[in-house]
Design a protein around this ligand. Structure first.
Ligand code: B3K
Ligand code: ZN
Length: 871
């Protein structure tokens, strides 16, 4: 298929003001009647035909203003409906289609999950329900009538407010009518029908509007929805106080389903969720699950304003809603938990997913210029880098300027389908700042490299930073222009305090240096002693900083930096240096400086345990690989990392054992951040103490596994045991399965841990598990947990030098593609860093990708990833 280009955007020829939908639910023949109030767009082309999108549709009947349409006056295929000569400039088109929800294995459009009916329409799923101008700049008000067997689907939900419901006399069926007063694009449509348990609550908005809240889950799971409900209410309040945004309907419903392609979906007034991001109890959910639920509940709720009230003009503008909403959910979690710890976790995730994407063949701008398959652009770049761009904007404009820009954006564009230009203009107009150059962040892909050299002049009492920036070439973008980079810095004096930042006569506000040129110098005056520069504080810009800091300077920053992120980063930098060296040359590492710094962190009672856990966790194998950039041997990285971990574990054994003992929980499990932080540090100690598989270390982990009263501690212990080839490993895995076999979401954790074992028999294990009764290729969570975890979370085995890991993942991609192309192409994206591998592994990855690319009949999703990965 031809690529779709941003430059080719044209306004829709026809608008839809009102949509009336009538669903007669049926497992294999659901009947959909759509009445569309069509109106010629005054901004369109004279005499343009009506062209509606479809995808695999069966047309039953067509009528215009109530009169059936003869076959000669339209053209209908599965993928398109054309009225070459529309009868008037506005009319009602009635369309009846038949769809088969049971046969829908793509999980786009109307499908079934555990027998329940549900929908997923973003980005282009509505066209699998009825013919429609399925693009986000066509906004309409929807009324949805659903009828179904009372027995099969006692619960019937759609967007908006419920206006009518009841039995259909003389039948076994019933119906419900929902009305959504807010104009929305078709991708925000949703419908749910089925047997579901409800958790109900209420929320009173700032202006006193009463909202009924409902979370619907599969029967028997209602007691696991409490935390999600709590997170929802906190999100609603936070959006009022942090952004002045109130909820706007009488009801807000969330439905949790077990078959879902991604995390969740922000349909207006009816969010549909992967049950993984709703269901939790201390016995089955970890601290990470709880914070994931809080974050995703918040994210989808925040879309009500950033995504729904203001939507995207076209899919190139995806980051307009996604980057902004990720930024908002990150801020929410920072306010609810610990801001520094949240920032560290977010940056770790950004580097793991986005920096790696940005440095490989799938790199693309935050706002892409073209796409073949839009589903492949729901990426870490659009989401996470998109959020970083919003964060930089806030850093540049300051709290008040940022808020003024957001307020203006909401005020100007409420009810509209907007663009990145609209967004930027709101901030420019609210603050008077020219954002032309800043907008390059949306256009240029690749992670900028910022090189900093510091020099002290004792006589002049000045400290000078020479800063240069360069953006590496990326696909389609060989050369780049300099960006606006807000580099937050500090100069740390010999006693550990920040020195005042004065450039000439001006005090540098909030420590923000604005880089705008390829090379710049900043001379700070009144500096009485040689400072250590603390650069990119709080990770103020998503860049790679080359600082040339010595090990001693890093140790100093790790102990003294006023910026907690940079204390963390100083330790990580020390570790990364050792790991790169170890992986490159197999050279013996000299970790004394790191050990000393780590010991100080561990012993510092003023520090938050969650922070300590982050600071002491070594950089991941993926980050080391990205730093090495070429000729990567994942086995060498693994060995270097294990060696360093052992060195730390041995040297700090006493401190770690003390930490482990001191952090025993005082009471029953609660998921709050402070308790979670203590568990994370205690479990980090457990891991380090077992790194050499000493009898004592393994016994400690085995005991914790058996005695834990919550999933966080039990799973952490299991994660320690599975890394070692000891009898306790298989015993614990078997016990875990027996205990949780009824709980698919917990068995996913069991799949993940096994898929990630760095051992040569893991591939056989994974293949064996694919035949396990708990596994299903039809369920995205299962595929991601077993095959996805192997491909993306087990670098040594996925990249086996014999190529068997690559071949296996390619096989699964090809088997899955005809059933669920979106999940298949996600899985194939695990090859995104293949070019950095050493020649043998690189050749095997390339062969696997070619085999996929050369397979006839591929979906657009998989063929696009294969082509770009090879390109
Ligand atoms: N907007 C949805 C993502 C839809 C993905 C379609 N492939 C969830 C979210 O980002 O909130
Ligand atoms: Zn989103």
């Amino acid at each position: 298929p031809q690529p779709i280009r941003l430059a080719d955007y044209r306004p829709p020829e026809w608008l839809v003001d009102k949509v009336d939908l009538d669903f007669a639910l049926h497992p294999t023949q659901a009947r959909v009647t759509a009445r569309l109030a069509l109106r010629r767009n005054p901004k369109g082309t004279q005499g343009a035909p009506v062209i509606l999108d479809g995808d695999g549709l069966t047309l039953v009947r067509l009528a215009i203003d109530g009169a059936p349409l003869a076959g000669s006056s339209f053209e209908a295929g599965p993928d398109r409906l054309t009225l070459a000569h529309p009868p008037a400039d506005s009319f009602t088109l009635e369309i009846e289609t038949l769809v088969d929800p049971t046969a829908n294995t793509q999980l786009m459009g109307l499908y079934r999950s555990s027998g329940n009916y549900c929908t997923q329409c973003e980005p282009e799923g509505f066209r699998r329900i009825t013919y429609f101008p399925d693009r986000p700049d066509v906004l309409a008000v929807y009324t949805t009538r659903i009828e179904a067997e009372r027995e099969e689907a006692p619960i019937l939900l759609s967007n908006g407010n419920l206006v009518e419901s009841g039995p259909l006399p003389g039948t076994t069926r019933h119906y419900a009518v929902w009305q959504d007063p807010w104009p929305k694009p078709s991708y925000l449509f949703a419908l749910v029908g089925g047997k579901l348990a409800k958790v109900a609550d209420r929320f009173v908005t700032a202006s006193g509007r009463e909202v009924e809240l409902g979370i619907y889950v599969e029967e028997g799971k209602a007691e696991r929805a409490g935390y999600a409900m709590d997170a929802l209410k906190r999100s609603m309040r936070w959006d009022e106080t942090a952004f002045g945004r109130e909820y706007d309907l009488d009801v807000f419903n969330i439905v949790a389903v077990s078959d879902f392609n991604m995390g969740a979906m922000e349909n207006k007034g009816l969010n549909v969720f992967n049950d993984k991001y709703v269901l939790a109890s201390p016995q089955v959910a970890t601290d990470a699950d709880y914070s994931g639920i809080e974050g995703v509940i918040a994210h989808e709720y925040f879309h009500n304003w950033t995504g729904n009230r203001i939507t995207c003009r076209d899919w190139f503008q995806l980051c307009l809603k996604e980057g902004l909403t990720v930024f908002r959910d990150q801020e929410f979690s920072s306010d609810q938990r610990s801001r520094p710890v949240k920032r560290i976790a977010d940056v770790r995730a950004l580097k793991a997913a986005q920096f790696s994407e940005d440095s490989g063949p799938l790199a693309h701008p935050v706002r892409p210029q073209s796409y073949r398959e839009i589903n492949n652009f729901y990426t870490a770049t659009v989401y996470e880098k998109g959020a970083e761009v919003v964060r930089m904007l806030k850093t540049l404009l300051g709290e008040a300027g940022f808020r003024a820009g957001m307020d203006l954006y909401f005020q100007r564009h409420d009810g509209q389908a907007a663009t990145i230009e609209d967004f930027a203009a709101a901030f420019a107009d609210a603050t008077g700042r020219d954002l032309t150059q800043f907008s390059l962040w949306y256009e240029q892909s690749g992670t900028p490299v910022v090189t900093v050299k510091g020099s002290y002049d004792a006589e002049a009492r000045t400290y000078r930073l020479d800063v240069s920036q360069a953006v590496p070439p990326t696909p389609g973008q060989p050369t780049k222009a300099p960006m606006v980079i807000p580099l937050v810095v500090g100069l740390v004096g010999p006693n550990g305090d920040d020195l005042p930042l004065t450039l000439g006569n001006t005090v540098v506000e909030r420590g923000v240096l604005e880089l705008t040129k390829a090379e710049q110098s900043f001379v700070f005056t009144g500096i009485d002693a040689r400072p250590v520069p603390s650069l990119n504080r709080g990770f103020s810009a998503p860049v790679n900083v080359v600082s040339g800091l010595t090990a001693d300077e890093r140790v100093f920053l790790a102990a003294h930096d006023a910026d907690p992120f940079n204390r963390f980063d100083a330790l990580q930098g020390l570790a990364l240096g050792l790991l790169k060296e170890g992986a490159r040359a197999g050279a013996p590492v000299a970790p004394e400086a790191l050990i000393g710094a780590a010991r100080n962190i561990l012993a510092n009672t003023a520090l938050d345990p969650a922070f300590k856990a982050q600071a002491l966790a070594l950089p991941g194998e993926g980050e080391i690989a990205r730093e090495l950039a070429a000729d990567v041997d994942p086995d060498a990285i693994y060995a270097a990392r294990k060696a360093l971990k052992s060195a730390l574990g041995n040297a700090l054994a006493g401190d770690l054992a003390q930490t482990y003992g001191a952090l025993v929980a005082a009471g029953p499990f609660t998921p709050d951040a402070a308790s979670a932080g203590r568990r994370s540090l205690r479990n980090l100690a457990l891991d380090y103490l077992a790194v050499t598989a000493s009898a004592e270390g393994i016994a400690r982990a085995a005991a914790q596994f058996e005695q834990a009263d919550n999933m966080t501690d039990r799973l952490a212990a299991l994660a320690v045991l599975v890394q070692h080839d000891v009898p306790e490993r298989e015993r614990a895995l078997a016990a875990f399965y027996e205990r949780f076999k009824a709980d698919a979401l917990v068995i996913d954790k069991w799949f993940i841990l096994q898929a990630q074992i760095a051992a040569s028999d893991t591939l056989e294990r994974v293949k064996g598990l694919m035949a396990h009764p708990a596994f299903s290729l039809g369920n995205p969570n299962r595929v991601r947990s077993l095959v996805g975890a192997f491909a993306a979370g087990n670098p040594t085995q996925f990249n086996r030098p014999d190529g068997a890991g690559h071949a296996f993942v390619a096989d699964v991609v090809l088997t899955l593609d005809p059933k669920n192309p979106q999940v298949a192409s996600r899985l194939l994206s695990s090859f995104k860093t293949w070019r950095q591998l050493e020649p043998v592994r690189r050749a095997s990855a390339e062969a696997a990708l070619r085999r996929v690319a050369d397979t006839p009949g591929l979906s657009a999703d998989v063929s696009d990833i294969a082509t770009r990965a090879l390109g």
